[in-house]
Design a protein around this ligand. Structure first.
Ligand SMILES: Nc1c(O)cccc1[N+](=O)[O-]
Length: 247
């Protein structure tokens, strides 16, 4: 997968050089290219914003630098086009299912808005030649899209073959499509077996894999009901067995 990120703060993406994604980049599993939007400005101050038409607070990102940046990264007429992903508070909620869908794409381009956002004509024009996804990571106010891109790139890249050491850990993820789709993960434990007089649940030391799987599902159901009742409400009753119903 190729990932291009356009931002006025390219240094925000230094974390993408560490940990598993950094190793995956060095192995060539994922090709991440970060671009400074100001490279497509032509004035002395490298201006990327201006006052909003119609008045109102703040500034809006000018369309010209964005148009030139997207043309440079995705030259018009390029046969293979990416999905353009624009993190925005007004976007569709970003979910694990969306992460799985993005992970199946060969090329993603992320546009990081700042200020009050990007002139709407940029997305409008881009949609003429590539699919565009406006997505949000939560109902709170950030200073720009950079942190959201870090979240999305982490959620997507960990799904790519060769990024995680143990591919199985993906299938047991919270929200992973399938059995865990509407369940959050339950508690986890490691050595020592007793810590500050708190013992690990005995079932986890039993070696009885059936009982362990049952216990983990019960715990996931309980935690989902308590922490995420809106997800619990989506659980299809037909998928619950007798043991589930006793939780
Ligand atoms: N919430 C927010 C924001 O305030 C600014 C840019 C992007 C997002 N978002 O992706 O959710």
């Amino acid at each position: 997968m190729r990932i291009d990120i356009v931002s006025i703060f390219p240094e925000y993406f230094a974390p993408l050089d560490v940990s598993l994604l950094g190793k995956a980049r060095r192995r060539g599993v994922v090709d991440v290219r970060v671009h400074d939007l100001r490279d497509w400005t032509h004035d002395r101050h490298r201006t990327v914003d201006d006052t909003p038409y119609g008045g109102g607070p703040g500034m809006v990102m000018k369309p010209e630098p964005w148009g030139e940046a997207l043309d440079a990264i995705v030259p018009p007429g390029t046969p293979a086009v990416p999905r353009l992903v624009v993190p925005t508070p007004s976007g569709r909620p970003f979910t694990q299912a969306q992460a799985v869908a993005f992970a199946a794409e060969p090329w993603l381009v992320f546009a990081c808005g700042r200020y009050e956002g990007i002139d709407s004509r940029v997305v409008e024009e881009a949609r003429q030649r590539m699919p565009v996804d406006e997505v949000g990571i939560g109902d709170y106010v950030l200073a720009g899209g950079e942190v959201a891109v870090l979240v999305i790139v982490e959620a997507v890249s960990r799904l790519l073959p060769g990024v995680l050491g143990n591919a199985d850990s993906v299938t047991d993820d919270s929200f992973a499509p399938g059995a865990m789709e509407t369940l959050v993960e339950g508690p986890v434990y490691t050595k020592p077996p007793v810590w500050r007089d708190r013992a690990v649940p005995e079932v986890l030391l039993s070696g009885d894999h059936g009982a362990i799987a049952r216990w983990r599902r019960d715990q996931a159901l309980r935690r989902t009901v308590v922490h995420r009742p809106e997800l619990a409400a989506k659980i299809d009753p037909d998928t619950l067995d007798a043991d589930d119903r006793r939780v």
